[in-house]
Ligand binder design. Structure first.
Ligand SMILES: Nc1ncnc2c1ncn2[C@@H]1O[C@H](COP(=O)(O)OP(=O)(O)OP(=O)(O)O)[C@@H](O)[C@H]1O
Ligand SMILES: [Mg+2]
Length: 289
């Protein structure tokens, strides 16, 4: 995908959308997206979680729900995305589920991706934050959706392959936007997941950050380190969000800190005041029909 052509309105960034991407698969994007959605909802924000893993959607699996409507149906029937919104009361947020194994969604051409982004823009207007869980890899749909978000959170672990793929994703998204310094380029930050300790997570970020600084001439801040925690696996096995099942666990407190950092760093663009993002009460769900 090249940005040599003039940008359409659908190509502009959607300020309150946070895309969660990684390059390498299996680093914890889906779990982290769900947990972030819940943490932000508990901070008092109206949150929509969007399953943007167009080929292998599985937010519904991790949450143990069987949505009557999903993104694939809304696209097929040419319905507004708002018709696919379901509420997830125990998390305090709304959700647009994906459809797993949908090859047609995974290989969408640019014009259909633009249409999807326009729908996402429309539905995002009813929320403070929209978290988009992207698929692994650096293929066009991933880069397209990452590049339209108001903020892109790149998730990595300390594995060399995860770091290499995170760098490749950051590079491609930067190049798609016309290189560092272009006003339309999406701001990018990093979360290091499954870290043995906070210090090791910080070192992992330093490695990635040095490469981005040196070769891409862009600074990629660290927004959070989430420690490896057996409670994460337990929560997923029980198809229950971590903040419900193990609210006092190390990973839960790391997610809450990451959610606060993300809220603060994206506040300038969305106009949402992060000072309101400290209450622990669950936000009411904002399902729209
Ligand atoms: N902080 C953590 N501590 C321990 N285990 C974790 C942590 N984060 C994620 N995991 C484990 O990693 C597994 C993969 O997570 P997840 O499915 O969210 O990754 P993903 O990046 O979305 O994968 P894919 O690229 O296939 O979509 C989870 O099943 C969970 O067991
Ligand atoms: Mg996933």
């Amino acid at each position: 995908m090249s940005d040599a052509q003039p940008r359409a309105a659908s190509d502009e960034l959607i300020a309150n959308v946070i895309a969660v991407a990684s390059g390498k698969g299996g680093v914890g994007k889906t779990w982290l997206s769900i947990s972030l959605a819940q943490a932000m909802a508990r901070q008092g924000q109206r949150v929509l979680l969007f399953d943007g893993d167009l080929g292998l959607a599985n937010i519904d699996v991790q949450l143990g729900i069987q949505p009557g409507m999903d993104l694939g149906t809304a696209i097929e029937r040419q319905m507004p995305l708002s018709r696919a919104v379901i509420s997830y009361p125990s998390g305090g947020f709304d959700l647009i589920a994906g459809r797993s194994g949908s090859g047609s969604l995974a290989s969408m051409p640019v014009n259909r991706l633009q249409h999807l982004a326009a729908g996402l823009r429309q539905v995002s207007e009813g929320y403070d934050r929209v978290i988009v869980d992207l698929g692994a890899g650096i293929e066009r749909p991933v880069r397209y959706l990452a590049g339209r978000a108001g903020y892109c959170l790149v998730v990595t672990t300390d594995e060399p392959t995860a770091l290499t793929d995170a760098y490749a994703l950051i590079k491609m998204v930067t190049l798609d936007a016309g290189g560092h310094g272009t006003p339309l380029g999406v701001p990018i930050g990093v979360a290091v997941n499954m870290a043995a300790s906070r210090e090791i997570g910080q070192r992992t970020h330093e490695t990635l950050s040095k490469a981005c600084d040196r070769f891409l001439k862009r600074q990629i801040p660290l927004l959070g380190v989430i420690r490896r925690d057996p409670k994460v696996r337990d929560a997923i096995a029980h198809q229950t969000p971590l903040l419900v099942r193990h609210p006092g666990s190390p990973a839960a407190s790391d997610i809450e800190a990451l959610a606060l950092n993300l809220t603060q760093i994206t506040a300038a663009r969305t106009g949402n005041d992060p000072r309101h993002a400290t209450a622990k009460s669950a936000a009411p769900s904002r399902a729209r029909s």
